[in-house]
Design a protein around this ligand. Sequence first.
Ligand code: G4P
Length: 537
Amino acid sequence: MENLAPTLATGDIALEATRRRTFAIISHPDAGKTTLTEKFLLYAGAVQEAGAVHNRGDRKASTSDWMDIERQRGISISSAVLQFPYRGHVFNLLDTPGHKDFSEDTYRVLAAVDAVIMVLDTAKGIEPQTLKLFQVCRSRNLPVITFFNKFDRPGRDPFELLDEVEKQIGLRPTPATWPVGIPGDFRGVIDRRTGEYIRFTRTARGSSLAPEEIVSVERAAEEEGNAWTTAMESCSLLDAIEADVDVESFLAGESTPVFVGSAITNFGVRMLLDAVIDIAPAPAPRTDIDGNDRGLATPFSAFVFKVQANMDPNHRDRLAFARVCSGEFTRGMDATCSRSEKPVSTKYATTAFGADRETIDVAYPGDIIGLINAAGLQIGDTIYASSPVTYPGVPRFAPEVFATARPTDGGRVKQFRRGLAQLDEEGVVQVLRDPDLADSEPILAAVGALQIEVFAYRLASEFNSPVEVNPAIYQAIRITDEKSVDRLRRIGGIRILKRGDNALVALFENKYRLQRLEVDEPELTLTPILADTDSSK
Ligand code: G4P
């Protein structure tokens, strides 16, 4: 895949920033995220024919699905980045895992984007397993555009879906487009912002752009019959409840413009892509830990939101993904990591298009750079040139699943240690160690069980160290400190361990005991880890 964006660069940092749109698509597995991504590339002209990227012939995967375990399960775990130009703008589309067990990973990706497209399957609406992902998105107050997909086939009443978005996610839905025809007999959409009726025509296999025709109200009434009358009635109702797209509340993360379409037939795809330019925000100055905004045109700075090793079996290396927050990045430039105050190598910088890589020579605010083998970079790090800056890191989620891990082959302890360190650093799981036992009996902590599975799989396949993992029965975790540790050690059912960042944590076999302790001995340090959006509440 050709890396098209830099050829459009003008060198004017502020201008380049206004041309960027950096966003992610989140959806329940199977709602159509991959198909929509592929159709975005088709409409942007980055691929000539749908199917070029997303070859479903013998495997259910796209360029961004690169890990075996993902293919086996048809889920996307890793987050890749796509960059493509559209209408004089540069789009950076970040992939997110479509499973709640990876909501922490999604959270990290969301720290690097300016907006989100939430894709729902019209027949299913918001699925309980993914509610948490959507809530994570909501908790970041990012602007969310909603896409009701699969309208080409029988599904639920769109009013019902609007209601669900409002009640379950707490975003006020404001339909930008409204369907003419019911799910299963989908003819076109009314653009509520202009009042125009846009009628679509199917193309064979949806492999080329769907022809669109603007049809006058008179002709529509004549040709669409009841479907038109119903659509007009629905629009009057929406007008009456003032469900109009409101950019201000959208940008504040309070309302969500809704688009209706069908990714497979390309219906509504262009309008969604246009909305990303027309209503999604361009990169804005990022606020540092002291509360100051770093201007877009100030010297280069970037924020590491993801670290991943062995993405490509052909390049067994480690990539740190960073979002450019200010200034111009040029490959080979001098840069410093604000945490370690050590220089960062920028010689090998890449964009990642699934497994294909292209060297990136220059990047601007909103762009994502992959730094290859930039040793020492960790998730949450800030990189800068010239004038120092530190951005707030990415908070960890409170783990809910715990397991013990042990190498099954005693001769492979070195590989086990290496894998443990790497996967901890990537945030695949959190590795908790007993300071006295070091690596010999670590506890793995994760938000969801699939993370533990990925850990075991990657240790075996990438580090050649098969492991046995067994559930560990802990119910709660708190961060503690040296002065509380002695007391906690004297109480049964509590284990004191150290996290990769050297924080001391206390694991509780019984959450009620923890609650009692919090009341009875308030002088103990027992700080909860990020109160994430818990869907079970
Ligand atoms: P995901 O990335 O969110 O997991 O979803 P993906 O795009 O892989 O789509 C899941 C399934 O839904 C695919 O079918 C895809 O073709 C289908 N799909 C996506 N968008 C639409 C749409 O607008 N309308 C309809 N009717 N179907 C849609 P599949 O059977 O798993 O694969 P395939 O055999 O179609 O290739």
